[in-house]
Design a protein around this ligand. Structure first.
Ligand SMILES: NC(=O)c1ccc[n+]([C@@H]2O[C@H](COP(=O)([O-])OP(=O)(O)OC[C@H]3O[C@@H](n4cnc5c(N)ncnc54)[C@H](OP(=O)(O)O)[C@@H]3O)[C@@H](O)[C@H]2O)c1
Length: 300
């Protein structure tokens, strides 16, 4: 069972898991209809912040595995609407974990590099979390809700700066934003002092599928392998898409005056996922080529 199945990762995961005949897949999300069709077990509208509804879905479907892709992911909005953020990113994980305990289900909780403070990236799984933002705090508390629920099987899949494969109906990701603005001839400001390991959503879905298949317990860093500044990432996008990189103005994070503080030197070391899961992320330029060919037939 997938929660938040209409999100960026949720849609990619429905597509990936649907490739395997052995999964009977129930997709759930807040909206009345699915954005990614084809889940073998169908689709059910579900708001994960409603405990009675969550319990009913568990009783009807009795999932062996639950992958929680539902989250409040807008980092600045989490800073200003802390109550809503906590309900979705923490309380709902607690509800899912309690239902997983009752039904013996494996809980896979998706988390973020924003649990770290960005002073010592790229990070391994054992590094000490120290979130800077309320979003990061809520995601760390969500991890702890999954980890500390007494489940036999739980996994945390942490990821970094995810970009999509052109799926419609989700919020725009960084790649689509850069492509849209540069294609329109607009100047964009991009930070030169934030370091990440950008993650192609298909790779992330593949990594999560492997966590599920191998029934892995513990925390896994599932991101891209290449460590780049966000400015360099924007240049790589412009280059692959044949767009004018001269429209990209470098800035530093402090110029942005965002509500939420972001980690600077972040990104992940993914050796554990590579060695234990056989996870092999697509090289960055190759994944951008894939996005380019998809957007060429189905523009963002
Ligand atoms: N995208 C990134 O760069 C990134 C980086 C690191 C970690 N992550 C983590 O990856 C996971 C997946 O995020 P994503 O990238 O797929 O973001 P996303 O596209 O924003 O997906 C999150 C989904 O959760 C849904 N949701 C929110 N509240 C819900 C509720 N009460 N009940 C059910 N669904 C609800 C959202 O639906 P609505 O649209 O209706 O609100 C949205 O479809 C999250 O745990 C996020 O923290 C993402």
């Amino acid at each position: 069972m997938i929660t938040g199945a209409n999100g960026l990762l949720g849609q990619a995961l429905v597509a990936r898991l649907s490739e395997f005949a052995e999964y009977d897949l129930l997709a759930t999300a807040r909206q009345p209809a699915p954005l990614a069709k084809g889940a073998s077990g169908g689709y059910q509208a579900l708001d994960v912040t409603k405990p009675a509804d969550v319990r009913r879905v568990f009783e009807d479907f009795t999932p062996d595995v639950v992958v929680n892709c539902a989250a409040m992911t807008q980092v600045d909005a989490c800073e200003t609407d802390k109550e809503r953020c906590w309900q979705v990113n923490v309380d709902a994980v607690d509800t899912l974990a309690r239902n997983c305990l009752a039904h013996g289900s494996h809980l896979v909780q998706v988390s973020t590099d924003f649990v770290f403070d960005g002073t010592a990236g790229p990070y391994r799984e054992g590094a000490r979390p120290k979130p800077l933002s309320f979003y990061g705090k809520s995601k760390l508390a969500g991890e702890n809700a999954a980890r500390g629920a007494g489940l036999d099987a739980w996994s945390i899949a942490r990821t970094v700066l995810v970009f999509g494969d052109g799926a419609h109906g989700t919020r725009s990701d960084f790649v689509r934003w850069v492509v849209r603005e540069l294609s329109a001839g607009n100047r964009i400001r991009v930070v030169s002092d934030q370091i990440r390991t950008p993650t192609f959503v298909r790779d992330l879905a593949n990594g999560v599928e492997r966590l599920v298949r191998f029934g892995k317990v513990g925390t896994y860093h599932v991101s891209g392998r290449e460590v780049v500044t966000i400015l360099e990432f924007a240049h790589r996008i412009a280059n692959v898409f044949g767009l004018d990189a001269g429209l990209i103005d470098p800035i530093v994070t402090s110029d942005l005056n965002s509500a939420a503080e972001r980690p600077l030197n972040s990104g992940f070391i993914i050796l554990k996922a590579e060695s234990e899961l056989g996870y092999r992320p697509t090289p960055l330029d190759e994944s951008l080529e894939i996005v380019r060919s998809i957007l060429a037939t189905s523009p963002a």
